[in-house]
Design a protein around this ligand. Structure first.
Ligand code: GLU
Ligand code: ZN
Length: 279
């Protein structure tokens, strides 16, 4: 008998890291995520990505909330990453049990010296520690063995609401780090698990993270997680065509707020930059 498939609730999130103040680019990202959910009668979540230990400044989370309020956004806040370390450890144990990860003691400098090509995140890791036995005395990260992982999953695909259907090819960056030397997860592992636990159905984020999604799709397959859709939006650029950044003088939202600027007006202007052509 024909049955109408239940409509998937739209759940999006804004996931800032409290490593520095939010600027215009973050405001844009938050608005895109917020509006994508609201237009569909869905839910918009805020998740503070605060596991980047020494760089993380927890007091900024409160500033972020006030910035979002100032922009006229409403959200549901889900637990910060620092409260979820057990879930990262459990996932890592599973990958380890399946023989899909290996320790890597290489430093950035060693990788740069050994690499023969550049990937989306810099020099591509050439697999040094997969072939040799890494020194057990040195701190180790864990990397995913892409060859084995892709053998286990076969071909994978994912859908971007703007760019359309994509074949997942996570190889461009080399074997990705899933556990950092100093943290129980990498960005890839933490974000993938959190989005699944939070029930995110449309992952909205900047186009600078498009390549990372190939890795996230693979992790979802390996860990048996639900597969969302993605919405990689354009990045706001400065007048020289560069990505906005605090260090290049993009003012903090909190400074603009404290200077008495109208946040609702700013939000309206930003919405005009998110054109129906998708991007
Ligand atoms: N915490 C990440 C950032 O601030 C979020 C990336 C994502 O949305 O997946 O860049
Ligand atoms: Zn290594």
């Amino acid at each position: 008998m024909w049955q109408k498939a239940p409509a998937v609730e739209i759940v999006t999130r804004f996931a800032p890291s409290p490593n520095g103040p939010l600027h215009l680019g973050h405001a844009f990202a938050a608005i895109v995520a917020h509006d994508r959910a609201r237009e569909a009668g869905g839910r918009f979540l805020l998740r503070i990505e605060d596991i980047d230990g020494p760089r993380s400044r927890p007091e900024l989370a409160d500033t972020f909330r006030r910035d979002l309020e100032w922009l006229g956004l409403e959200w549901e806040e889900v637990p910060a990453q620092s409260t979820r370390l057990e879930s990262y450890e459990a996932a890592t144990a599973r990958l380890r049990a399946e023989g899909l990860v290996y320790p890597c003691t290489c430093t950035r400098r060693e990788i740069a010296a050994a690499a023969t090509c550049e990937g989306p995140e810099g020099p591509v890791y050439p697999g040094t520690c997969k072939r040799g036995a890494p020194d057990p005395e040195r701190p180790a990260a864990l990397r995913l063995d892409l060859e084995k992982a892709l053998e286990a999953t076969g071909n994978l695909g994912w859908v971007d609401e703007i760019a359309g259907e994509q074949g997942a090819d996570p190889r461009a960056g080399g074997d990705p780090v899933v556990v950092r030397k100093d943290l129980p997860a990498s960005y890839h592992l933490a974000a993938t698990l959190d989005d699944a636990v939070d029930g995110v159905t449309v992952v909205t984020r900047g186009a600078d993270l498009f390549e990372a999604t190939h890795v996230h799709r693979l992790l979802q397959a390996l860990l048996g997680l639900p597969v969302p859709r993605w919405h990689h939006h354009r990045l706001l650029l400065d007048e020289k065509g560069r990505k906005l950044a605090k260090r290049r003088g993009s003012p903090a939202l909190s400074d603009r707020r404290e200077a008495g600027e109208d946040g609702l007006m700013l939000a309206r202007q930003l919405r005009l930059q998110h054109l129906p052509s998708g991007t």
